[in-house]
Design a protein around this ligand. Structure first.
Ligand code: ADP
Length: 648
């Protein structure tokens, strides 16, 4: 007999003689062949197993009612969403609407079940979700064998208080069993409307309708002493609608379920609720959330959303491999006090009357509530924008006021400059008159010489021309002095023009020469050979230069016996034209250096302290600079730098 490494060796049985009894040998043979066969089976079928594991799971939803029931919409939607979110492998969904509820005679017929079993016999069902109403009896009878015992979740509305184990309990089944609560609904309605005197119970004529109607009627008995109860049991809709239009004061209506009228017309309770609520003169309470949003006030309703959630969760557990027997049926937590805010408003029901934990749905948010933050944002934005606009308007006004003040100040400043110029010119008046007298006297004597020359007999044209040329030259000199004076006295200085700073120096010297002679000052010029052009008002620059020259002359007044020299120099430095006025006076007190250009600063008794301030104003307006310093040897030097203008 071949031995195998994974089977116990025969020597390990010392008690029994090796071949004493043939039975152990047979037992081992059987075991070994069984294990080998199982191994072979596994090896052969392994690909089939893996294929089986990877095939899509099949889920059949079998509905007892007809297509379109509003409760189905809520439940199925929820189930599929929960499964979709929690189960990522492929799933095939199948749905069947048996519509047995409306054919109650046929309801428990095995033929119905056989039909569907036959239809799905080739399909390996991984999960059956059987949705009521009225399925439980069928499953009690056939459940164990249906669809080859596929794992099953039953969803059925049961009357409360019915023992589940008494109805069914099969190992392949579990379920979700919400219990409609007419008792709770009546209680809630009476608490919310304590003045109620009249309760109208409305139910249809289907089995389910009748069952719920009966339950409500039984529940109402406990309030018999307080209220009158009226029951419409399958009453045709038109008749019922006419009745509810005219109910006595202090009435409430409880619509349980209405799927069929006694005349055989089928309805959805949802539609009946809608019409009833529209016509009734009293509030309508309901038992299911599928009817709660079409005019019903609400009540202690079965929440099909919660039901769908529970079914979906159980479906997930089963699809992931749990057996249904291990999953307890769910009966609790499927109801909810649910109210429609619009109906609370319609019937004037204050929310504090609602039972604790009530959910109020369809609350209408006012435009303001809905767009609160958008509105707030807009308000803040508009406020800020308005503030900004107001601020800008104020700024604009201030700017306008300021520009008026600036233009007034400018005209005053111009006036000041003019006065300052006239004052300076006034200081030079004596010298200027003297200066003018010279060319005039020269012209006179030249003219007299010419006249004498004409009377004589020897007329020499060359000599006469020389005399006349002299007269012209003297006249030009006088005209140049008068021209410079006119420039200085102009009320409105000419606008900016191109000026050669060397010419300016020459003009200033012409005006000042008489004064210099009077004071015994020697004027020296050290002018750059090039044309040094700047853009400025000639009148103003002349004013600056004369101010500096007059100041220098005044500073040198104490130079007793010493030579008085005034040096005017020009040169180019980078992009600037530099003009300096140097004297040999006592220089500037170092403590005064930084105050010289301030208005009203003066050390002279008859001084006004405006000359240098005016100079600085003019120079800085032209984009230039003016500074004062002491010469290393002696005296002060004032330097002006002005932006040069290119010849091109
Ligand atoms: P004012 O001539 O009326 O005093 P300015 O503004 O022209 O006003 O001059 C201000 C002061 O600057 C003068 O009082 C004087 O002290 C000082 N100053 C101006 N030029 C010179 C200079 N060349 N040398 C020394 N001090 C000067």
């Amino acid at each position: 007999m071949p031995s195998s490494p994974w089977l116990p060796h025969t020597t390990s049985f010392p008690i029994r003689p090796r071949f004493a009894n043939p039975r152990p040998a047979n037992w081992w043979l059987t075991l070994r062949s069984t294990i080998a066969a199982a191994g072979l089976f596994l090896i052969i079928t392994f690909p089939a197993f893996s294929a089986d594991l990877s095939r899509p799971r099949n889920v059949l939803i079998l509905m007892a009612g007809e297509y379109g029931l509003p409760a189905y919409d809520l439940v199925l939607h929820k189930i599929r969403n929960v499964v979709k979110e929690g189960y990522s492998s492929p799933l095939n969904w199948y749905a069947e609407y048996m519509d047995t509820a409306r054919f109650s005679d046929f309801q428990e017929e095995k033929a119905v079940i056989d039909f569907y079993s036959q239809k799905y016999k080739a399909l390996e069902l991984d999960l059956l979700i059987a949705v009521g109403p009225g399925l439980t009896p069928i499953f009690r009878r056939f459940g164990g064998h249906l669809f080859r015992g596929a794992p099953t979740i039953i969803l059925d509305v049961l009357p409360s208080g019915i023992e589940l184990p008494a109805l069914f309990r099969k190992p392949n089944m579990t379920g979700v069993f919400p219990a409609a609560d007419p008792q709770g609904a009546i209680e809630a309605a009476l608490t919310i409307h304590p003045e109620t005197e009249h309760l109208v119970i409305i139910s249809g004529a289907s089995d389910m309708d009748r069952l719920l109607g009966e339950l409500a009627l039984t529940a109402s008995h406990r309030y018999e002493q307080r209220i009158a109860v009226q029951h419409f049991n399958g009453t045709p809709l038109a008749e019922m609608l006419a009745a509810v239009e005219d109910l006595p004061d202090h009435s409430v209506i409880l619509l349980t379920a209405y799927h069929l009228s006694t005349t055989g017309t089928a309805f959805y309770t949802r539609e009946v609720t809608r019409e009833l609520a529209a016509r009734a003169n009293s509030p309508v309470y309901v038992l299911f959330d599928s009817n709660a949003d079409v005019g019903g006030v609400g009540g202690n309703v079965i929440s099909f959303k919660k039901v769908g959630l529970e079914v979906g969760r159980i479906a997930l557990r089963i699809l992931r491999g749990e057996g249904p027997a291990a999953i307890s049926p769910v009966r609790e937590g499927l109801l909810e006090y649910q109210f429609d805010w619009r109906q609370l408003r319609r019937w004037g029901i204050p929310e504090d009357r609602l039972p604790e934990g009530s959910v109020v749905l369809h609350r209408e948010i006012s435009f303001f509530e809905k767009y609160f933050w958008a509105v707030m944002g807009a308000v803040v934005f508009i406020t800020l924008q308005s503030a900004l606009i107001a601020h800008l308007i104020i700024l604009k006004r201030r700017e306008r006021a300021l520009s008026v003040r600036v233009s007034k100040a400018e005209s005053r400043y111009r006036e000041l400059l003019r006065i300052e110029r006239s004052t300076r010119l006034g200081e030079l008046a004596g010298s200027l008159a003297h200066e003018l007298r010279q060319p005039l006297a020269a012209i006179l004597s030249s003219a007299q010489a010419a006249l004498r020359f004409l009377k004589s007999e020897h007329l020499e044209p060359g000599l006469l021309r020389e005399i006349l040329n002299q007269i012209v030259a003297d006249d030009k000199r006088a005209a140049s002095i008068i021209g410079s004076m006119r420039t200085m006295l102009k009320k409105r200085p000419v606008d900016t023009e191109r000026i050669d700073i060397n010419d300016l120096v020459r003009d200033a010297v012409t005006i000042f020469r008489g004064e210099a002679v009077n004071r015994g000052i020697r004027i020296e010029t050290d002018l750059d050979f090039e044309t040094l052009a700047v853009a400025a008002s000639k009148t103003q620059l002349l004013q600056v230069l004369l101010n500096l020259m007059i100041n220098a002359a005044q500073a040198m007044i104490t130079n007793r016996g010493d030579a008085c020299r005034l040096v005017l120099a020009t040169r180019k430095k980078d992009h600037y034209v530099v003009l300096s006025v140097r004297d040999v006076g006592p220089g500037i007190d170092p403590d005064h250096l930084d105050k010289l250009f301030e208005p009203l600063f003066t050390t002279r008794q008859e001084g006004m302290g405006m000359g240098l301030a005016v100079c600085r104003g003019i120079v800085e307006d032209l984009g230039g600079q003016i500074r004062a310093e002491n010469n290393p040897n002696r005296g002060a030097i004032f330097t002006i730098e002005l932006p040069a203008v290119n010849d091109g």
